[in-house]
Write a protein that binds this ligand. Structure first.
Ligand SMILES: [Zn+2]
Length: 408
């Protein structure tokens, strides 16, 4: 069903609006926007509350859509190389819709290309029912983290960039194709084959050229970085967010907090890989096991220093399901020692703002997206109540996409 301006809805319910508890309110929406949130109204279903749809700032929609719970078969790196682009698109659409039904109504794909742009457009125009998809295109060097997801002998390779000018050209190419952000890599990675998390990825000049060009074209830059050297390079170049940031030092945490740069901590995926809880190569597991032990204490310190953490799962449907975002948020509360309300903000208003969607995504307020979840409990008071088992209904773009709204 398409969301159009003639569609109108209203609900009387307890509201947490992405920032704070508003008490009982009447929430009214028209088309895909919230019209107003008016305090008062009857408390018809006191066990229920309404929160904004979650915002996951780090996903990879191209992954086998039936992989979780079905671990036999090709993994997250191999499957895309054995299947066609046409098949990728269909699985990516299924993954996005699955996340939406589990309460995630905005997501940013950090390895995007024309596939995610196409999905974003068909969802935005209601050709298919789907969440809001932001697409960030990778700018990475030959032998860098992104490049080594594809084995050297495989013929189907994404573009790489190996000089400041090539970096600028690749940013411009992604802008031309309709992508809205850029992903860079300033350290090696865990899952990519044959690289090392401590390898230098890019020179300073390449990173600076990429960030400068992206910002000139209105695109936000997310940097993949695990190591202190990689984090520093991203920080010095003025990126907008750092993904993983596993070995962030105390000095860097202070600088990141002062600059207001968002950190996507991707906790569960690294826990799963380090713990051997999903089939993964020994090389990847060894890399994660080296990174994870020192991570939690460093992140806790950073959170207390004022670093802005945001929901970022790195879900591809293989290690993490599209639908594990609520579990990741609960894990953020544990590891970062955030209270329930701050953990929920990290998954809603703060995450939306980090994507440049301030007061649109992750909020329920006049003028914001009509994207929200009705669930049993008060997750801003007790974070364990943020659970997909408790979802009664999900509304995306003003339309019920899962469950049913309570009968007035
Ligand atoms: Zn990722």
């Amino acid at each position: 069903m398409a969301a159009d301006d003639s569609q109108y809805g209203a609900i009387d319910i307890r509201v947490w609006d992405g920032v704070s508890d508003r008490g009982n309110c009447t929430v009214r929406w028209r088309g895909d926007r919230i019209e107003d949130v008016v305090p008062g109204g009857d408390e018809r279903s006191p066990e229920l509350s309404l929160i904004p749809g979650l915002v996951d700032t780090h996903v990879h929609l191209v992954g086998r859509a039936n992989a979780v719970g079905n671990p036999r078969g090709d993994d997250t790196s191999v499957w895309p190389m054995l299947t066609t682009r046409e098949e990728h698109v269909l699985h990516a659409a299924a993954n996005a819709q699955r996340a939406m039904r589990h309460g995630v109504t905005t997501m940013r794909d950090l390895a995007a290309d024309e596939v995610q742009v196409a999905l974003s457009r068909v969802f935005d125009s209601s050709v298919l029912t789907g969440p809001r998809v932001r697409a960030s295109g990778p700018v990475g060097m030959t032998a860098g983290h992104h490049d080594l997801f594809v084995p050297p002998a495989h013929p189907l390779r994404g573009p790489t960039a190996d000089s400041p000018d090539e970096c600028r050209k690749l940013v411009r190419t992604w802008a031309q194709k309709g992508l809205t952000g850029i992903k860079i890599f300033t350290s090696g990675g865990v899952l990519s084959a044959r690289d090392n998390v401590h390898w230098r990825n890019h020179t300073e000049a390449e990173v600076e050229a990429t960030v400068d060009e992206a910002h000139a074209l209105g695109m936000r830059v997310a940097a993949h970085a695990h190591t202190p050297a990689g984090i520093q390079k991203a920080l010095d170049a003025g990126v907008d967010s750092i993904e993983h940031a596993t070995e962030m030092t105390e000095e860097q945490a202070e600088a990141i907090a002062a600059a207001g740069i968002a950190i996507g901590p991707t906790l569960l995926i690294n826990d799963i890989i380090a713990g051997g809880r999903a089939p993964v190569g020994e090389e990847s597991r060894a890399k994660a096991m080296r990174l994870v032990p020192s991570r939690d204490a460093g992140f806790r310190w950073a959170a207390k220093a004022g670093v802005r953490f945001v929901l970022a799962t790195d879900a591809s449907g293989y290690f993490l399901a599209f639908g594990d975002q609520m579990a990741e948020t609960v894990r953020m509360a544990e590891v970062l020692e955030l209270d329930a309300e701050n953990a929920l903000r990290a998954a809603t208003a703060t995450a939306g703002a980090s994507l440049g969607l301030t007061d649109l995504a992750g909020r329920v307020t006049a003028g914001s997206y009509a994207d929200f979840v009705v669930l049993e409990g008060r997750p801003w008071e007790r974070i364990d109540e943020l659970s997909t088992d408790r979802i009664r209904a999900v509304v995306c773009r003003g339309t019920v996409v899962a469950g049913e709204l309570p009968v007035p």
